[in-house]
Structures are given as structure tokens and as C-alpha cells.
Design a protein around this ligand. Structure first.
Ligand code: LRH
Ligand code: MN
Ligand code: MN
Length: 424
């Protein structure tokens, strides 16, 4: 299935009158519209390969049909998203779920849809068929050196696949930790993990980064060896300048101030990238912006502010990826919604009146500082985001067009109702 430019143009034509009215209105209300639009056009969000099939909870999985059965089909799905919104220009692969068999062929499928390869993800949180040693009691932290070695070699293997595809980063997320007090020595687990990460780090190509992702709990429920941003920062600081902390929004304890974490990591030059999602309780897979859109905006406000302060390029200098997948929505619709929410939060952050905010802070004018942020957050920026999409060749309303074109029905016809995907 392909979505061609003509289908998008015809669709946009029908919505143009209403859109133009709304866009003109917002253009008259805010400053620097053109600059904001060009930043929105540049901004690309990586789609996780494991979110393209219906997501699983640990209790069950409900299929939608037409799931991508091969890596080529996964890339094609991301190509469909990108054709619709022009902000989903990369895919983040997961090994061993997405082992590329023919690099040239995979690269061609990606290039045909304008898709690049974002960070590669390793997996030492599951045992794979035929695997010699088990990760039941951890991988990089394991008390058994042979298990650690196996996990290190897996990560090096993942880097090799990534090099062939043109990726520039490795994300390491570890399930390592313990379920009960006494099960492990915190210090030994930390030191083993650091030593293992150092070996992986030494296999990184010159122009690569390694992202160390933290998670408060699950699947281990007493301790996690990379459990929070402080621990991740310890590892990445000790590893060196190619190592960065990755923030997955759903990996914090409830009510954590993620925007403050982001600000400080950026300030230290140690923020590497993002896994966007949302969370109400202890989950980490809900659609970005579906529960706490104000938090997402506040995070982007810190990102824009901190990146500008360091002279960073918003689009290029951090890894922007989604890590969300749910099991009651069509996964492609879910991803369109996530991208849209991220773009809206970014647009709102770009329109914050920085000078006024600085002045309010300088005067300790608390109410005014809050007003400034809330004014941006309460502005309906959808016409701005839609205009950016239209100018980049995307649809004014991606989700509506997705449905009108019957994309899911078409994928079911092509791949079958029972097609199985690899992943979580
Ligand atoms: C588990 C997880 C983690 C990883 C992904 C592959 O929590 O969601 O966030 O990035 O699996
Ligand atoms: Mn993640
Ligand atoms: Mn997660």
C-alpha cells in the first residue's frame, strides 16, 4: 500500500478554505509564525518498530489484522505515517525482533519512503530461542561473567547491524535489577553493569552515541540497576562523551518532575534523547499527550529553552523517538495521534514569550510567569501544525485521511487478518 501525493493534495483541497481561515487567525495572533513553521517542518520523530503491531499488555493482545510480518513491512508502515504527516521520517529498530537479512534491500525500502534509521535497541531482557545462557537474573549486571559477556556481545552485534544501516546510536534499556531485598548487592550490580557498559562503549564507532535508558520498576519490582536519571547519569558520566541519558516519559515514579530532570540533564550536556509516551499510573505505553498534555508542553518548554541556550539544533542534536503502543487502538492511528501531540507541544513551546518570562522571573512575578506558560499551552496551535504538514507535502488531517483511504482495510487485504508481527 502506498499513499501518493495526488491523494493527499485532493484531500487537502477539500479542507483548504476552513484551514486557511484558522491559519490566518493564528498568524495574526502570534509572532514569528514562519520561523515556527520551518522548525516544525524540520522536526522528525522516530517510530519504534515494536509499536506497529497491536501492543501487548502482560494480560493479552488483541490484533487488528494487517500487522507487518517482516522488517520491510514495518518500514513500509512507517512510510505510510510519514507520507501522511511528514514528521515520522525514521524508524528505531530492535534486535533480535528486526534482524536485517539483506542490508541493501532494507536500505532501499527505507530510502523509497524517505525513512532513516534512528537508534538501534538491544534486547537482553528476554531469552531468545537457542540462547546459551539465561538473563533470568540480569544481563550486564549478572553475577556470572559468562552471562555478562554474552550480553556485551549481543550489544556489539546490534551496533554492527546499525552501522550497516546508517544508524548512529545504540539504546540500552536493561531489565536488570532484583525482585526481593537481599537478592543482589546493589554495589556489585552497579559495578558489573558499568564494566559491561564500558566494554560496549569501547566498541562504539567514532560518530556514534550510546543512550542509557532508565526505568523505575518493571519487570523487577524491588530494585532496578538503571532505575532513575541519577543512576543513568552516573553511568553516562563515567563512560565518556559519547554516552548520554535517555528519558522515557513513562519510566518515572508517579508525579516525578520530568521537565526539571530534562532541564538538568540538558544543562549537563548529558541528555541524549527521548522515548515519548504517556502514563496515568505505572504504565509506559499510552499515547503521547493523551493523559498529561500540560506536562508534555512543559517538557518541550525546557527542551527548547535548554537547547537554545546551548546553541543546539532542535531537529538534529537529540534523538526523538516514540515508545508507546496500545492494544485497543489501531497502532498506526495511535502513532499518528502521538506524533500530532508531540508536534503540538513543540509548537506551543516555540511560541512561549521568552523575554516576558525572563522579566517575570527577574521580578519574582509568579502569577505572570504562570500566565505566560499557560497562554502558550492554551493556544490552539493545530492550524500551525497543519500548515507545516501541508507545506511539507503531508495531509492537513492525517488521521481523517488514513481512515478515508481505508489504509487498515487495505493492509488486511494485502497481509491477511492473522498476520503476526515480532515484538513486545
Ligand atoms: C520496556 C520498554 C523500554 C524499551 C522498550 C524496548 O519498558 O518499553 O522502554 O525502550 O521496552
Ligand atoms: Mn523506552
Ligand atoms: Mn518502557
Amino acid at each position: 500500500m502506498r499513499i501518493d501525493k495526488q491523494q493527499i493534495a485532493t484531500f487537502n483541497e477539500g479542507l483548504l478554505a476552513g484551514h486557511t481561515k484558522r491559519f490566518e487567525y493564528i498568524s495574526s495572533e502570534i509572532d514569528g509564525v514562519e520561523q515556527i513553521i520551518s522548525k516544525l517542518i524540520d522536526f522528525q520523530i522516530g517510530i519504534p518498530s515494536w509499536a506497529l503491531g497491536a501492543g501487548g499488555t502482560r494480560f493479552g493482545r488483541f490484533h487488528f489484522g494487517g500487522a507487518p510480518a517482516t522488517l520491510e513491512e514495518k518500514i513500509e508502515d512507517v512510510g505510510l505515517l510519514h507520507a501522511l504527516n511528514r514528521n515520522s521520517g525514521s524508524i528505531s529498530l530492535h534486535i533480535p525482533w528486526d534482524v536485517p537479512k539483506d542490508y541493501a534491500a532494507i536500505k532501499k525500502v527505507a530510502a523509497d519512503s524517505g525513512i532513516k534509521f534512528d537508534a538501534m535497541n538491544s534486547n537482553t531482557f528476554q531469552d531468545q530461542p537457542g540462547q546459551l545462557l539465561s538473563y533470568k537474573f540480569g544481563s550486564l549486571q549478572n553475577v556470572d561473567k559468562a552471562v555478562r559477556k554474552q550480553a556485551i556481545e549481543h550489544n556489539i552485534e546490534v551496533i554492527k547491524h546499525g552501522v550497516e544501516l546508517g544508524s548512529k546510536a545504540l539504546t540500552v534499556w536493561l531489565a536488570d535489577g532484583s525482585c526481593f531485598p537481599g537478592q543482589l548487592s546493589f554495589r556489585n550490580a552497579f559495578n558489573n553493569t558499568l564494566e559491561s557498559l564500558q566494554e560496549i562503549y569501547s566498541a562504539l564507532p567514532e560518530d556514534w552515541k550510546v543512550f542509557v535508558e532508565y526505568k523505575a520498576f518493571e519487570p523487577n519490582f524491588y530494585s532496578t540497576t538503571v532505575g532513575d536519571w541519577g543512576q543513568s547519569l552516573l553511568y553516562t558520566s563515567k563512560l565518556g562523551e559519547k554516552a548520554y541519558t535517555l528519558v522515557d516519559l513513562g519510566h518515572h515514579l508517579p508525579n516525578a518532575n520530568i521537565e526539571q530532570i530534562v532541564a538538568l540533564l540538558l544543562n549537563e550536556g548529558k541528555l541524549g534523547g527521548f522515548h515519548f509516551n504517556d502514563s496515568k499510573y505505572g504504565d509506559d505505553d499510552l499515547t503521547a499527550g493523551s493523559i498529561k498534555p500540560y506536562q508534555l508542553f512543559l517538557i518541550f518548554n525546557e527542551l527548547v529553552d535548554g537547547m537554545d541556550a546551548r546553541g543546539m539544533n532542535h531537529a538534529k542534536d537529540l534523538g526523538w523517538m516514540i515508545d508507546a503502543s496500545h492494544n485497543v487502538k489501531d497502532p498506526l492511528e495511535d502513532l499518528l495521534q502521538s506524533v500530532d501531540a508531540i508536534m503540538a507541544a513543540y509548537a506551543q513551546a516555540l511560541m512561549v514569550d521568552k523575554k516576558a518570562l525572563e522579566a517575570a522571573r527577574a521580578n519574582s512575578d509568579v502569577a505572570q510567569a504562570q500566565e505566560i506558560l499557560q497562554n502558550a499551552f492554551r493556544t490552539d496551535v493545530r492550524p500551525l501544525v497543519a500548515e507545516a504538514r501541508k507545506r511539507a507535502g503531508g495531509a492537513l488531517q492525517p488521521l481523517t485521511l488514513y481512515r478515508q483511504l481505508g489504509v487498515r482495510e487495505q493492509l488486511i487485504k494485502e497481509r491477511g487478518v492473522d498476520s503476526q508481527t515480532t515484538g513486545l
